[in-house]
Write a protein that binds this ligand. Sequence first.
Ligand SMILES: NC(=O)c1ccc[n+]([C@@H]2O[C@H](COP(=O)([O-])OP(=O)(O)OC[C@H]3O[C@@H](n4cnc5c(N)ncnc54)[C@H](OP(=O)(O)O)[C@@H]3O)[C@@H](O)[C@H]2O)c1
Length: 495
Amino acid sequence: MLEARAMKSQIAEFFANQTVFLTGGGGFLGKVLIEKLLRECSDVSKIYMLMRQKKGKTPQQRVSEVFDFPCFDYIKANNAAIIKKVHVIHGDCQKPDLGLDPEDVRVLKAETTCVIHAAASVRFDQSLKEASYNVRATRDILELAKQMANLKCFIFVSTAYSNPLNAHVKEDFYEPPIEAEKLLNVVNSLDDSVLQRVTPQLLGEWPNTYVYTKSISESLIRSIDTFPIAIIRPGIILSSAKEPMPGWIDNFYGPVGIATGAGVGVLKTFHAKRDAVAAMVPVDYVVNALLSIMWRIGTEKTKTPTVYNFAGHKTNKITWGQFTDNLRELYWIAIPKCLFWYVSFVLRENQISYKLTTFFSHTLFGYIIDFVLFCLGKRTLAVKGYARLHKTLDLIAWFSTRTWDFDDNNILKLWSEMGEEDKKIFDFNMEKLNWDAYLRDSAFGMRYFLLKESLETVPEAKRKLRIMFVAHYAIIILFWFLMYKLMTFMYGLFV
Ligand SMILES: NC(=O)c1ccc[n+]([C@@H]2O[C@H](COP(=O)([O-])OP(=O)(O)OC[C@H]3O[C@@H](n4cnc5c(N)ncnc54)[C@H](OP(=O)(O)O)[C@@H]3O)[C@@H](O)[C@H]2O)c1
């Protein structure tokens, strides 16, 4: 239960009377960030939230909808008026100079004291052109920040995988695969079809355009020496551990999509190494680390850019094998009611056995479903759906079959410098995270927030799972019995 605190923390004091300019505020991380700022740093002066027009909705409408998410329930029940501190700035990272109105530029330059740049297109399968906007937006927001008269700190949200070709990732800058301006020139000068053809040569060993452009964006931060600036590199961001409530989640990215697909019985396998570390981090811990970094660099006033890896604690890691084992147990506790078939989910280490499992458990199954749909006169969708799913799993496999060793000295030092009150309010201590309890809350969160199933439906879902368990194994036994009969019949024909 969240409680109001009487004592102010150093971090809350730092944010008092500050004006924050935030990009990506409507995203998963952004929502938790705004909620935390409004709740624990309630003396913040204003939050300017960049929002673009999308799907026929104005930025203002979209920002109002952000506050309909359950992660704002506590704020709305206890201090709804504080939401007025959030002001919409109409802008789009895909447009030159963020598509900002000149009057908004003037206001931002005059008033902003803290910048959080978290907006990014996070898809792994986007074209280089789309992904290049991540670089251009970072360049343009840095140019804007240089003209902010009262800027105290700037933080850029990158990813732990921005240097994926190094197994050991230091909290330092690495050479980008290409200079930012060169990339932007290439993208601007080539027509789309040519750019698509040369993309594999440009990427080389890089696994996707997302991490490629994150690396190039980081290199832009390196040259800043006029205001305090830092990069936070989170690992895979999953549901909240504690705040605004345990298990809060609003997307199906990566492992969440895998866990949900497996939980409803549609996904049967994924490709990973059992011993590879899954660098997962709860979203509220990322937010707490991010705000603490801003406090640190803003009060120290250092003009040398600092990098903070935030991808778990060296003594409290979870592997993809442990993650899978945990899920299998959790399905008996928090199984969704919209169960499609019995949950049988295996991790495949070997590429060939993974492909065989996807063929028999997904594609073949998809053909059966589509055949039934076809006979019922309905639109077939299963085979196409599985093909799309396999593409996504292949993109994830590049990361789930490897392990990285992330340095974490800067983040540990920051933790050691924080006061006791701040350690309680802005907890990001991954060493103490109880993975079993966390994944359990995440499973219930997935059920509740993503699949919109209340807790009362758990007993019914468990009954359904037991019935499907019997049906599943009955079909397998029947299948092998028929195979045996067929073999003995064939044997009889030839002997
Ligand atoms: N999720 C992870 O596992 C993970 C891990 C490491 C780092 N990160 C980083 O954390 C940050 C936040 O990610 P997230 O997980 O919160 O993803 P998300 O839910 O997809 O949020 C991305 C945000 O960026 C905004 N955005 C994208 N393109 C934009 C544009 N052209 N103009 C304006 N805003 C735009 C989105 O707004 P719209 O609603 O308008 O699209 C959204 O608010 C990103 O920088 C990401 O790279 C994420």
